[in-house]
Design a protein around this ligand. Sequence first.
Ligand code: PLP
Ligand code: API
Length: 416
Amino acid sequence: MSAFQRRDGELFVEAVALTAIAGAEGTPCYVYSRAAMEAALDAYQSALAGCRHLVCYAVKANSNLAVLDLLARRGAGFDIVSGGELERVVAAGGDPAKVVFSGVGKQAGEMARALELGIRCFNVESPAELELLDSVARAHGVIAPVSLRVNPDVDAETHPYISTGLKENKFGIDSDGALAVYRRAAELAGLRIVGMDCHIGSQLTSTGPFLDAVARMLELVDQLADEGITLRHLDVGGGLGVRYRDEQPPAIGQYIAALRAAVGERDLELVFEPGRSIVANAGVLLTTVNYLKHSAWHNFALVDAAMNDFIRPALYEAWVDIETVSDGAGGETGTWDVVGPVCETADFLGRGRELTLRPGSLLAVRGAGAYGFVMSSNYNTRPRAAEVLVDGEQWHVVRERETLDDLLRGERRLPN
Ligand SMILES: Cc1ncc(COP(=O)(O)O)c(C=O)c1O
Ligand SMILES: N[C@H](CCC[C@H](N)C(=O)O)C(=O)O
């Protein structure tokens, strides 16, 4: 059952009315459901029961400390892509031994810190990174656990900006050259080979591309075994899509079952790096209509959230559901472009939406739990939104709304 339900015409998250949160915290405001995030993580964990596994939540999808904390308490590991994300995991009480470090541009300082904390492994994305990691590890007198991120040249059939497993993408090591890089890794004294990794993109809505990628990885795993290089784990990345509109991605259980079947009886621990499928539909962005404006061509609803708060519609022309929080609050029924105050024509949350609106209407933008707040900015000198986590009948402000003082901090006028 969804954590978001209507009762007497009012949208609730768990047992809390969204109007109550907007009234107390103002808008724009992100609101997340603890139960929905936990249920999604549990779906991964239970589908993986009976096989060695680690679910490493992709921190980039929603990196609020409270979110990381609740997932860590339920046994999640974490997939990170920066030293900053590593410090978030530590601050949230996550276990560094369950952290995998992805990303094409890791820096020596980030590697050193990750080695100091004893992370589980580095997903190395290039031969040059492999050499640097070896030298950083040796300089610190430790051995770095290594997994190579292979690029299988598989089309994820998703938006080109979030497709990462094609040869032309910057990610991973060309799978045709991966054996040579493994051989090189085996020679380096500062490294220990532990696994193989792959992540082909985000918002995938069928299992086919995942299975193609896994098939390519398993070919390599078998070739490595023939050379005496055995791996402890296979990391198939994240990427499972969610339903924003009418997509029909496989359920978490179906997706895991398909991948488990593909891996078969091989003695490999399965690692996953899900982001969106854990948090996207556990969150909404609350926004208030400020003005209604009519032109010859369009009806505009000017709301107080903008592309700086939620950039997915502007960046990917992503579709997210927008609904009024209170039914029957009245207003003008029509087809509206829901747009923000930012000075860009791309500043829209949704276009051509059938809604009944008046100034003051409270709207919920659904599917905002992933790649929402984390991608927000201060463009147009707009303080970033507050974040609230609902837990049953209670709710907690897990990030305060930014103030203008926050925005000016660190800036200086000329000295004279
Ligand atoms: C290496 C890696 N793993 C996992 C993820 C999470 O992807 P998703 O949110 O689609 O599950 C990403 C997405 O950015 C990624 O780059
Ligand atoms: N970096 C991710 C995709 C991030 C997608 C996200 N930014 C979105 O809003 O859809 C990847 O490697 O697949």
